[in-house]
Design a protein. Sequence first.
Length: 555
Amino acid sequence: MTTASFDYIIVGAGSAGCVLADRLSASGEHSVLLLEMGGNDRHLLIRMPTALSYPMNMDRFTWQFHSTPEPGLDGRALHCPRGKVLGGGSSINGMVYVRGHAHDFDQWRDAGAEGWDYQHCLPYFRRAETWIGGADHYRGGDGPLATCAGNEMRLNPLYNAFIAAGVEAGYPATADYNGYQQEGFGPMHMTVKNGVRCSTSLAYLRPALSRANLTLETGVRAHQVLLQGQTAQGVRYEQHGELKAAFAAREVILAAGAIGSPQLLQLSGVGPAAHLERLGIDVAQDLPGVGENLQDHLEVYFQIHCQEPITLNGQLDWFHKGLIGARWLLFKDGLGATNHFESCGFIRSRAGLEWPNIQYHFLPAAMRYDGGKAIRGHGFQVHVGPNKPESRGHVRIVSADPAAAPEIRFNYLSTEQDRQDWRDCIRLTREILNQPALARYHGGEIQPGEAVGEDSAIDAWVRRNVESAYHPSCSCSMGADDDPLAVLDSACRVRGLRQLRVVDSSAFPVITNGNLNAPTIMLAEKVADLMLGNAPLPPAAAPVWVNPEYRSRQR
């Protein structure tokens, strides 16, 4: 068996792994090995923002996982794609940049993740980012990750009309939902640089690969973490049919995502003892929380016929696609340089909620996320759903074979509050889309349809039509010492073991109110400092807007 030794071994070159590879190798003092199953991300369909629907449906770039049949969704199994390419999820996602609400991170602290409140996290969001509008108390100005507002809504009047409709419905406008005020309607931000997707591979890994102390190995399937007693010694893996082992003098870091990291821990004998024993796996550390606490966001497409021929539905023929592609190839601008989610909203579904729990992505088209099943004629839609579900699921290996897909069950819509949040979501969305600002464009509801109004009808329609927003998380969560399901301590170290951490979205205690790429990058930035013994960035003292009447008013 081929062997090699390094200071650090990172499993997974995704949103977190690329950040860690860069930061841990930056000084030149430490040797770092980065292991990744996927390969090069320099592909046109990854680089071009408008082509976002293709990579996540290509086996070349994606682990094509599916959930088990979900009881709360009439037995439907949902697609759960995970990145299998340099950059991981940041190379196949929708490029939406949402940090989450400030109180999401205070919620992490309250769940036992000491030091992860918003004021301690904000400096790391800033360090990671170069915001096109320049640095301020909230935004970064010299970080690796480029963020912008796409075409700044110049290319379609529907973007501003949607924001105006939200304001007419009684919600505030917000100039920067990643800054002082998340709640409200405004422009949406994306990880795009000069018209090209800005993945963590582009932002962090590519510059770091010039260092002699960073080694990247692709085509790797990790088999298990090698443990000696309670200490992680390295990783056993397969590459091009050959079994290999690499050893770490300092630490092994799992950054394989909310599905891959708990899977690899369980394959290594770290997880719920009874389950592992049933599969014939020797238990190295009984940790009941490994793979538990799994959370995700759901969304639906709320679609409206458009009375004016101004939507992207008129650009879907091969002639117009060719023009869009040619312009992007030549100039890196126009419709090819955006993910088309250029306006958005964050609202609270009921009085008593302190911060938003519903998110809107506005799209000036009526089609599926994967680009299929576009309506005839013109239409627009919002991708919408509640972002703070109570439902919890699990990831569990089904055998000792590392090539076997694990059992993934989210238990979607398993609580009454989750079902009520969806009823509120559908009614509030219909109200917003029927405001005067959209009246000249509104040509009737495509789906759900006006007949879907009673609780039972909404429940049934949601069960049939809801889809994953592709945000699995929290399956190896940080937590307090007395939390039996906490897998990690506040430094993302695996409890009961030495020299082993998990650094990816599985470490979140609770899912954030928004897309997960931004907080995953922040997490890796912060943990890198902890690992290197660097003085942590001083906490911010940035004010955060909360509706002063939230206890008594929904808006």
